[in-house]
Design a protein around this ligand. Structure first.
Ligand code: ZN
Ligand code: ZN
Length: 412
């Protein structure tokens, strides 16, 4: 069989674990239009492939894949959706890799296809082998990503976002490279793996470097802190925290709201240290304060989140009116505003049970969302449901005697 086709199929296994729809779209576009691009025209794979459109390079396929690739590009820039997609990835990526492999094989000239079949490989078994390889690699990637999610759930370092962009580029240009220089691609894969590791070290270092010494005791203090973790002295300026819980360059506008904004990003409302446990009764690892379990603070925290409900439900309704396309932005939006402030403090085992239930509901939502009018109610309903679920789990965790949960976690 053709070595070029085989290398392409093997190489694509290195790209699909990163993204599902972007490499599928790029592959289809190259097969369709590559013949018109001088640099690519004579490369191994395109030499084998027919110029006439097949089901995989049909206009309709290109448009649908293009839209899905765009949605994928947008959705992976959000920490909440990334965490959610990390569970679904396991199925979507191998499926898309298999479909793309079938697409490539169906575009190969009849003579080549015949040759491949004679070697004892039908199209489908070969494509399924690629799918199985991608499934295996996606599992490994998922394990690495979940370590990253645990270490930095709210992406304070912005690291996950950087990696998301790199993976986007990789998933698009990886396919292009695979067509042009199959072997160079393998070397690049090794370099990128090393680069990730170095970058993570660098960003963690930079976050610590951003601390400034306290004016009275000299203790290294985050710029977004309201007090020094050691001597409790108040800094002259408190910086605002950003969307990802990162410290911003300008002062916080509303100091009364600032502690709640910190708590929402899973940082200590007092000294801005990163809280490590998924438990509202935990004490801060830096200053030792246990602020969220203070009834007055917890009540105000919940009031501030509950206040958003009418606005979020209204916007979700509006987004829900747009079939399919409105779904992902709507989901991201309500989860950030209503669910994430609670979810960050819900224990992993509890969160796991909730996630399974929520995932089934989302499946129903996707199916029903296509129905006009009824579909428009689905996002607000989902938002209400997820909000009340996580809120009640959060409240029951607060009822535990302070310290109990921390002791239990310490014993493990
Ligand atoms: Zn101090
Ligand atoms: Zn603290």
């Amino acid at each position: 069989m053709s070595v070029a086709a085989f290398i392409h199929l093997i190489g694509s296994m290195g790209v699909f674990p990163s993204r599902a729809f972007i490499p599928a779209w790029v592959t289809a576009m190259l097969l369709r239009f590559g013949h018109d691009i001088p640099a690519i025209k004579n490369s191994g794979l395109l030499d084998l492939c027919t110029q006439s459109p097949t089901w995989f390079t049909h206009d309709a396929t290109l448009v649908v894949l293009g839209i899905l690739a765009l949605l994928e590009l947008i959705s992976t820039k959000n920490a909440e959706v990334r965490a959610f997609m990390n569970d679904l990835d396991q199925f979507i990526k191998p499926a898309m890799a298999t479909i793309t492999a079938l697409g490539v094989l169906s575009s190969a000239d009849a003579a080549i296809a015949h040759e491949i079949t004679q070697q004892g490989f039908g199209d489908l078994p070969l494509a399924l082998m690629v799918g199985a390889g991608v499934w295996f690699l996606t599992t490994i990637r998922g394990a690495i990503v979940s370590v990253l999610l645990d270490a930095d759930e709210t992406d304070e370092l912005g690291l996950q976002k950087v990696i998301a962009w790199i993976e986007d580029l990789w998933s698009a240009f990886g396919i292009l490279l695979l067509v042009l220089y199959p072997l160079v691609m393998l070397g690049i894969a090794a370099l990128i793996a090393g680069g990730f590791w170095a970058m993570r070290k660098y960003l963690a270092h930079r976050e610590e470097q951003s601390k400034k010494p306290c004016a009275s005791c000299g203790e290294a203090t985050y710029l977004s802190a309201l007090a020094c973790p050691k001597c409790a002295a108040k800094p002259a300026h408190t910086h605002a925290v950003g969307f990802f819980g990162n410290t911003l360059d300008y002062p916080a506008k509303d100091l009364a709201a600032h502690p709640y904004e910190l708590a929402e990003k899973k940082r200590c409302p007092n000294c801005a240290a990163h809280l490590e446990e998924r438990d509202p009764t935990q004490s801060c690892p830096a200053c030792g304060k246990r602020i969220l379990s203070d009834p007055a603070f917890a009540q105000e925290y919940q009031r501030r989140i509950g206040e958003r409900l009418p606005t979020v439900l209204g916007i979700s309704f509006a987004l829900s009116l747009v079939p399919i396309v409105g779904l992902i932005p709507g989901l991201i939006y309500y989860r950030i505003r209503l669910v994430a402030p609670y979810r960050r403090y819900v224990s992993r085992s509890m969160g796991c049970l909730l996630r399974v239930g929520v995932r089934l509901l989302i499946l129903a939502l996707i199916l029903l969302q296509v129905v006009p009018l009824l579909g428009a109610l689905m996002l607000p309903l989902m938002a209400m449901l997820e909000f009340s679920l996580y809120k009640s789990v959060f409240e029951s965790a607060l009822k535990h005697a302070p310290g109990e949960a921390a002791k239990a976690a310490g014993a493990v």
